[in-house]
Design a protein around this ligand. Structure first.
Ligand code: ADP
Length: 706
């Protein structure tokens, strides 16, 4: 639920007020209960007092009678009467006959026998004691009649005429004889037309022997005469005395004797014990206090109920007045408080409403709002603070607007710049995409080309494979051919040698010349065949390398010695440079390295004209042994330098300068060096000279040879 602050304040006021009224009402109810309790208790005490007094009055009467029957003349009279009856042969028959006669006598008349009994000495005493004395003392009669029977139950004295002569067959007589006394309930004596409450008392002799029974009939009204005087507390106070059956036997004010009230609510609620309650009686509501008669000493009472009632309108009159006043004051207070609540809540809520409206206007962007709140309280201060805040907001807003404008300008120029950059970027992007497209088409082309190349490569590989096969076949052929050629060639050589030595006879000059040429040619052929065989062995892997840890000093020395001599013979100077610390141990086949050195030095001597120089150096560099042979020979044309290690290659100038040569020496040298894990390189300039460099690996920590 949505309530405005005014409504909430108003409701709060109402809540507080309702609470206060509620507390007031609660206290009124509690006070009413307390008053009811107090009046009830007081009435109860009064009722107890009254009923006890009534019971005591009844007991007093019994005692009075008991005292009287001890009177000697009465006792003597009874004893003589009893004796007379004792002497009768059939007393019961006599009694019955007398009784019949008694009862048959007209009601309004008195027989001489009755007269005799009424006027007897004892009857006079009874009259004086019970009827005359009381009337004289209190001014009104206390007893209706009194009579005495002997132990046989027949009347011996009486103050008036009784309805029967024989009383022993009556219940009261029996009970009085058995219990000492008997009090009967209130009854209406039609002959005397009065309400009575008969009391029977047993008469005993001095030795305690049973003499007879006396019956006194007191008048009921006398018993309750005092109750009316003491029972009044309120104007409306009434007292009721009811029998156990609910018959009214006394009431203050006028009442109908023996009226049946057993069905009344107040009787039903007061049948047991004692207490008080509120109920209706007739037209009015009453607060009743009730108590049961409990008897007095030997007298156990007759089960009567005594009720005292007061109209609640009178009992609760002060409280009711208070209630009325309270309600009246409550209504006035409520109206006043409601009015104040409305005014106060307006006083609080109106400025708040103004503030809310102002806040709403501000939230919509209207900062030119002014709030007029006159009050000096917290709301007034809030309004003032709100006004200040609005003012500050206005200023802030203005400075913000300025800043925003400046920033907008800045941003605008930045946007223009950005726009330019963006356009440039777009152009660049376009260019890039064009380039990308071009690149892509190129890539496609390249892809096609690379596929083509791959295909070409594959074709080349196949061709190579074929070539290798052909090469292998050729090598095999060369090997077989060379092998087959070497033996006859060696034979021819030695034959020619014998001819030249003139072992078979003298040769003329011409013959000698032919033999010498043939000998040289055969030698060259043998050389070629040897080279071919070496190459074939290498290529077929039959070279039979024998690797050992060794220094190269011996093989270098041996080979250099041979070619130093050849150089000298040709008029070429030869120098050798070796490391002073000796040569390191390397893993090699010295014979094969010898072949390499032979080929290299042979070329240097062969392709260097007389007067030239050959310089050989051996150096240990890092993990390599470097052997360099430099000459000042004919060199190799620059376009052919790269081919010097090819099989059967011979330089053009070399072929013109030197006819002998197989083009296999460097090919062999390269294969051997590479087998050792080393490298071989060749550098040259035509007509200036050549440098060939070998590099062989030195195993770690094995450098010296001794
Ligand atoms: P050849 O038996 O022809 O010497 P090689 O295989 O030893 O065959 O050498 C191949 C070719 O390299 C030679 O024919 C020559 O053209 C060139 N060549 C090698 N060494 C030298 C050198 N020291 N001076 C000039 N040319 C050389």
């Amino acid at each position: 639920m949505k309530f405005s602050i005014g409504t909430k304040l108003f409701l709060s006021f109402l809540c507080v007020l309702s609470f206060a009224l509620g507390v007031g009402i609660y206290f009124l109810v509690v006070t009413e209960k307390a008053l009811q309790e107090a009046v009830g208790q007081t009435s109860l005490f009064l009722a107890e007092d009254l009923i006890e007094r009534i019971d005591k009055d009844i007991f007093d009467k019994i005692e009075q009678i008991q005292l009287y029957v001890q009177d000697t003349p009465l006792q003597e009279e009874l004893q003589s009467s009893n004796q007379a009856f004792e002497e009768l042969s059939d007393s019961l028959d006599y009694i019955q006959k007398q009784d019949e006669v008694w009862r048959a006598f007209p009601e309004q008349e008195v027989s001489p026998f009755m007269e005799e009994l009424i006027t007897g000495k004892i009857s006079d005493s009874l009259r004086n004691e019970f009827l005359v004395f009381w009337e004289q003392k209190y001014g009104f009669p206390a007893y209706g009649e009194v009579f005495v029977t002997n132990r046989y139950g027949v009347n011996i004295a009486q103050t008036g005429k009784t309805s029967d002569y024989y009383q022993a067959d009556e219940a009261w007589w029996q009970k009085a004889m058995e219990n000492g006394f008997f009090v009967d309930n209130i009854e209406y004596d039609e002959s005397a037309q009065i309400w009575t409450m008969p009391i029977g008392v047993r008469i005993d002799g001095e030795q305690g022997e049973f003499l007879g029974v006396i019956k006194a009939i007191p008048l009921a009204q006398e018993l309750f005469a005092q109750a009316e005087l003491t029972g009044k507390r309120y104007e409306t106070t009434r007292i009721w005395l009811l029998t156990a059956e609910g018959n009214l036997i006394y009431s203050t004010g006028s009442f109908q004797m023996f009226r049946d009230l057993s069905q009344e609510d107040f009787f039903q609620r007061s049948r047991k014990g004692q207490g008080f309650f509120v109920s209706t009686e007739g037209e009015s509501e009453k607060l009743f206090a009730y108590v049961q008669s409990g008897g007095f000493r030997d007298f156990s009472g007759l089960g009567w109920t005594l009720l005292i009632g007061h109209d609640t309108s009178e009992v609760f009159a002060p409280i009711r007045n208070l209630q009325r006043t309270f309600i009246l004051v409550g209504i006035v207070l409520f109206l006043l408080a409601a009015t104040f609540a409305v005014v106060f809540s307006r006083m609080i809520s109106l400025p708040l409403k103004k503030l809310t409206m102002a806040a709403e206007l501000i939230s919509k962007g209207n900062l030119d709002v002014s709030i007029e709140v006159m009050s000096q309280d917290e709301i007034g201060k809030l309004a003032e603070a709100f006004g200040n805040m609005t003012k500050e907001l206005r200023e802030l807003y203005a400075s913000l607007e300025q800043k925003v404008q400046a920033r907008t300008e800045e941003l605008k120029s930045q946007v223009i710049e950005l726009d330019k950059t963006a356009k440039l970027l777009v152009r660049r992007d376009l260019e890039l995409s064009e380039i990308r497209e071009r690149e892509q088409s190129k890539l496609k082309e390249l892809d096609v080309n690379s596929r083509r190349l791959v295909r070409r490569d594959f074709e080349l590989m196949q061709a190579n494979e074929k070539l290798r096969e052909m090469d292998h076949i050729k090598s095999e052929f060369v090997s077989i051919a060379a092998h087959q050629l070497r033996t006859p060639l060696t034979g021819i050589k030695w034959t020619l040698y014998s001819l030249l030595e003139e072992d078979v006879g003298k040769l003329n000059a011409e013959q000698k010349k032919f033999a010498t040429d043939s000998y040289r040619s055969t030698n060259r052929l043998i050389e070629l065949v040897n080279d071919l065989l070496d190459v074939a062995r290498l290529e077929e892997g039959r070279a039979g390398f024998v690797m050992r840890q060794q220094a190269l000093d011996p093989i270098i020395a041996k080979t250099v010695k041979r070619f130093k001599k050849a150089a000298k013979e040709k008029g070429i100077s030869f120098s050798l440079e070796l490391p002073s610390s000796g040569l390191p141990l390397i893993s090699c086949d010295d014979e094969k390295i010898g072949i390499v050195l032979e080929n290299v030095l042979d070329n240097a001597v062969k392709y260097t004209p007389p007067g030239g120089k050959i310089k050989m150096s051996v150096k240990e560099e890092k993990n390599h042994l470097t052997i360099k042979v430099q000459d000042t020979g004919i060199g190799v044309p620059s376009e052919q330098v790269s081919r010097v290690f090819s099989k059967f290659f011979r330089g053009e100038n070399a072929r013109l300068y030197q006819t002998s040569g197989t083009g296999l020496g460097l090919y062999l040298a390269q294969n051997i060096v590479e087998y050792h894990g080393g490298t071989i390189s060749f550098a040259s300039k035509e007509n200036e000279g050549s440098t060939i460099t070998l590099s062989l690996p030195i195993p770690e920590q094995k450098k010296t040879s001794d």
